[in-house]
Structures are given as C-alpha cells and as structure tokens.
Design a protein around this ligand. Structure first.
Ligand code: LCS
Length: 403
C-alpha cells in the first residue's frame, strides 16, 4: 500500500489501492482476462491449495478488481473489500453468508425497494425470518430482537426518506443481542461517514452511485473488518458468482480519484437546493440531513462530515404537482439511480420503491407525493433555475383533471 496509514481521505481517494505494476504504470492497467496461466502443474496446485498466493481465474480474483477492493477497504478503514456485480449482489452475498434457515434478521423500514423485497419476500423463502422496523428508534430495534437475531441491517440515510439511524446506538443494541451490524453506506460514501468507527461489522455499497460517480457502471462492494469474515464472504461470492468485471473495476477506481472533490460539491449544491426548496411557496416539506428541520439533524452532525447530495420533498399540490414538476425539468433528468455528476429527479412510489408495495411504503413514510432529487455537481444556480421553472403553479393541473 502506497498510502501512509495516517493520510487524509483526500489523499487516500487519489492513491488508495495503488497497484504495484511491474512496468511502473501510474494508473492500474485493466487485466481484461478471464484466466491466468500456471508455470506448471505444481504451481497450479499450489495456487488452488492456497499454499502460494496468485491469480487463477477472474471470478476468484483479478488484479484490477483487487486494486479497487483495496482502495474502498482503505477508505472505509476496513480489513478488505469484495467487489460485486451490483449493490444488490453485495447485499445478497452478505446476507446469505451471515444467515441460515432458522435465523432472524432486523432491517430498516426505509431502504432501497429491492432490498426490502429481498428481506421480506426472497430470504423468507429460504427460512430466514425478517422484521422491519424504524431503525432511527433504538427502542423499536430492541423490542424486536430475538434469541435467533443474527443480523441488524441498516441503511442510513434511508432511501428515499433520508431517515438517519444512530449507528453508535444501533451497534450497541445489535451487539448486546449477539447480532452483527451491517450498514449500507451508499448515500454517504466513506468520505462522509465511516460506519466501522461507530461499531458496524460489515459495510456494503452500491458502487453504481457516488463512489463511481459517473453513471456508467453498475457495481457493489462489501467491506469487512477481519480475515475470518473475508474468507467466508470470498468463498460465498466465488460460488454465487456475482463479481465485478475488470473494466468496470477500472472505471470505478478512476471515479474514486475525484470522490473528495465531487462530494464537497454535491454537499454544497444540495445545501443550496434544500434551502431554496424550503423557502419555495409551492413546497410543503423538505427532508435533507443538512437542514435543522431534519428530525435526526444532531445524529447526522455526530456521525457524518457532510449532508450528502440527496434531497426528498413534497409539493403542496401533492402527487399531481410532483408529476407536473418532474415532467417539466429540463436540466435535471427524470431518471432513477443517484450519485452521478448530473442532477436526477425521480418518483419513488412509482419507480424505485414500487416493488415494495403500498403497505411497506406507508410503514416507511414514503408518501405518494415524495419527489427525490440527486443533486449533481453542475452550477447550482442552473439547477435551482430549472427546479424553479418546473414548479411554476400554472404547470400544476387543477385537481379535477389530474390523474
Ligand atoms: N443500496 C442503496 C442505498 C441503493 O440506493 C441501491 C440502488 C442499492 C443498494 C442497489 O444497488 P445497485 O444494485 O443498483 O447497484 N438504488 C437505486 C435508486 O435509488 N435508484 O436506482 C437504483
């Protein structure tokens, strides 16, 4: 590792996971190969038995992928990383490694829609029970812990409500009950929040979002704290097979080099946009971790070093007004995903969180009128001008004509 351990995050994002290239290439080359030749039969056997370290087959390990894994692990302050083909692959690999039939899982109610479907519909088919709670309330977690609870799974801030769970308190409740704490750190990235510092046992990411930052890769990452967790998860990932390709690893590693600059700009722009929305006459409510009106504002200040780039809000005209607004943006794109350099707006109830069903959305306070913005790094005045023109009252159909 080229990084001194005490280097700042701004330095680590540039140098993290530095690849030791025999040709001294400054940028890690793309090892676009599925397999690696053995010197002879004994060499192959030694690699397979683990007697010798080296590369065998790219589903198992690949130098370009490994460089990215080292980089994200360094940023999180973890022991090692495991790159996956998507954020969902990272979450699925983690939960199916830690849980068996007969085990119980506690999960945040406000999570990305497919995560909710995984824990409430797919894992129960394998005999894994799940209870969904508001993890911003430690007493609520405590009240659902059972003898067989093995994992507490928290997304903070939660997608799309931006509800914040106090990681220090949640980890205490989980550990007291003999469970591990798994944290989805996608919205904050290690630049703004490092869950291991607050007691998390495993951190997962959708690399697709801020870490890559350029909306051109789907990927995921698991970061672990010790070698035992690493070898269990590596074995599971190798056999489930949901790995990241060398080319996508290269792109994400390249994206991370500007993570500090991008996150600073996302935070600054989103703060300006959130204040603009809060003072706009058509806006009924705004949820943003950097606003004092956020119910867990103090928790956010304690465990994060910035508010991030995500905002949720509702218009006074409700769903009809939100639809009119989303159909009228010009600079922002109407698209799911988040964390790229470009601003995106989307409607969780009919898009990212549609698969959860109406009852699960109601439980997680995802109202039909909720609009989510991923604030990009464009000139903030241009973003505000675009939202302002899209929220002109004459764009909002009268209630009798709306859908
Ligand atoms: N975790 C969080 C917090 C997410 O927001 C997402 C995707 C995932 C995990 C899954 O990652 P993926 O498999 O897509 O890489 N969130 C999305 C969203 O809000 N819009 O589109 C995708």
């Amino acid at each position: 590792m080229k990084n001194p351990d005490d280097a700042s995050l701004e330095t680590k994002v540039v140098h993290g996971g530095a690849y030791r290239c025999p040709h001294m290439a400054v940028t890690p080359p793309i090892h676009q190969t599925s397999t690696f030749a053995f010197r002879d039969v004994d060499h192959g056997a030694a690699l397979f038995s683990g007697e010798e370290k080296g590369y065998i087959y790219s589903r198992m390990l690949n130098p370009t992928v490994e460089a990215l894994e080292e980089c994200v692990a360094e940023l999180e302050g973890g022991h090692a990383g495991l790159a996956c083909g998507s954020g969902m692959a990272a979450i699925n690999t983690t939960l199916t490694t830690l849980l068996c039939a007969g085990d119980h899982l506690v999960c945040s109610d406000a999570v990305y829609g497919p995560t909710c479907t995984l824990v409430e519909s797919i894992l129960p088919r394998c005999g894994i029970e799940c209870t969904v709670v508001d993890t911003s309330n430690a007493d609520a977690i405590q009240s659902v812990m059972r003898d067989n609870t093995k994992v507490v799974y928290v997304e903070t801030p939660g997608n799309p409500t931006l509800v914040i769970s106090d990681l220090e308190t949640v980890s205490q409740v989980a550990h007291r009950g003999g469970a591990l704490l798994v944290v989805d750190n996608t919205f904050m990235t290690p630049f703004l929040q490092q869950p291991f510092r607050w007691g998390a046992d495993i951190v997962v990411h959708s690399l697709t979002k801020f870490l890559n930052g350029h909306a051109d890769v789907v990927g995921g990452m698991i970061v672990v704290k010790d070698e035992d967790q690493y070898s269990r998860l590596r074995k599971q990932l190798n056999h489930l097979g949901g790995v990241l390709s060398p080319f996508d690893s290269f792109l994400v590693h390249r994206g991370i080099k500007t993570l500090a600059l991008r996150m600073e700009r996302h935070c600054a722009n989103a703060t300006r946009v959130a204040r603009f929305l809060e003072s706009h006459p058509e806006v009924e409510w705004v949820r943003f971790p950097g606003l004092k009106s956020h119910p867990q504002y103090e928790v956010a200040r304690k465990q994060t070093s910035g508010p991030g780039g995500m905002i949720s809000f509702g218009l006074k005209g409700g769903l009809a007004a939100g639809r009119a607004m989303m159909n009228s943006v010009k600079l922002c794109s109407l698209a799911v995903s988040l964390g790229g350099v470009e601003s995106l707006v989307q409607h969780p109830a009919s898009m990212t969180h549609a698969s959860m069903g109406a009852e699960a959305r109601r439980r997680a306070s995802i109202s039909d009128g909720l609009v989510r913005i991923s604030v990009g790094i464009e000139n903030v005045d241009d973003i505000i001008r675009d939202l302002d023109q899209a929220m002109q009252p004459n764009r909002i159909p009268a209630p009798s004509t709306c859908c």
